[in-house]
Design a binder for this molecule. Structure first.
Ligand code: AMP
Length: 190
C-alpha cells in the first residue's frame, strides 16, 4: 500500500482532538512511507492533515473541483494539485490514485465519499481496503447502525467486514496493509 486517500472534515470540528488526530495519522503514514491523496483544501481537518504530512516530508496530492477552490481555500503548497470539473471526477481520480481509503472525523462530504469507495468493493469495481479512524468513539453510533443493517439482513456480514475500524492510526494502517495484501492475492488468483 503506497498511497492512501484520506477523507475528512472541511471544518475542524468542536474539539482540538480532530486536527490532532489528523496529525497523528500523518505521522503513522510517514513512518510507513505512504503518500497521501485528499480533497486539496487548506482548511479544517483536511488542512491539518496536509500541513502535517508535508512537514513530515510525505508526498501530498490534492484533488479539487474548480468551483470549490475558493470555498475550501485550496492548499497552495501541495506536491501536486489536480483541478477537476466535477465532484464525480474528483472521486474517480482520488479512487484511481489510491491503494486504500481512510475516513477521519468529518461531515456529510466525508461520509458520502467513504461510503462510495466502500460500495465499490461490494460491487467489485475495485478491491481496496477502507478504514474508519474512530477517534474518541466519534464513529461508534455509525458502526452500531451498520451492525443493525446486518441484523436486519440488508448488508451481508462479508460486505460489513469491508470496513475496518480502529481508534489508533498505527493499528488501522497495520490492519489495512494486511487486508491490502490479502485482496491483492485473491485478485491475482482470479
Ligand atoms: P465535509 O465532511 O462535509 O466537511 O466534506 C469533506 C470534503 O468532502 C470536502 O472537500 C467536500 O467538498 C467533499 N464533498 C462533499 N460532498 C461531496 C460529494 N457529494 N462528493 C464528493 N466530495 C464531496
Amino acid at each position: 500500500m503506497r498511497t492512501v486517500c484520506v477523507f475528512c472534515g472541511s471544518r475542524p470540528g468542536r474539539g482540538l482532538e480532530y486536527p490532532e488526530a489528523a496529525r497523528r495519522l500523518a505521522a503513522s503514514l510517514a513512518r510507513r512511507d505512504i503518500s497521501v491523496v485528499y480533497g486539496g483544501a487548506s482548511v479544517g481537518v483536511m488542512g491539518a492533515l496536509a500541513d502535517a504530512a508535508l512537514e513530515l516530508g510525505i508526498e501530498v496530492t490534492g484533488v479539487i473541483p474548480a468551483q470549490l477552490m475558493d470555498r475550501e481555500l485550496s492548499h497552495k503548497h501541495l506536491t501536486a494539485l489536480h483541478i477537476v470539473e466535477s465532484m464525480h471526477e474528483r472521486k474517480a481520480l482520488m479512487g484511481s490514485l489510491s491503494d486504500g481509503f481512510i475516513a477521519l472525523p468529518g461531515g456529510l462530504g466525508t461520509l458520502e465519499e467513504f461510503f462510495e469507495v466502500l460500495t465499490w468493493n461490494q460491487l467489485g469495481i475495485h478491491a481496496k481496503p477502507c478504514g474508519l479512524l474512530n477517534i474518541d468513539g466519534f464513529y461508534d453510533s455509525l458502526t452500531s447502525f451498520l451492525d443493525h443493517t446486518v441484523c436486519e439482513e440488508f448488508v451481508p456480514e462479508a460486505h460489513r467486514s469491508f470496513m475496518l475500524v480502529e481508534r489508533d492510526p498505527d493499528l488501522l494502517l497495520e490492519d489495512m496493509q494486511r487486508r491490502h495484501a490479502k485482496m491483492q492475492t485473491v485478485r491475482n488468483a482470479v
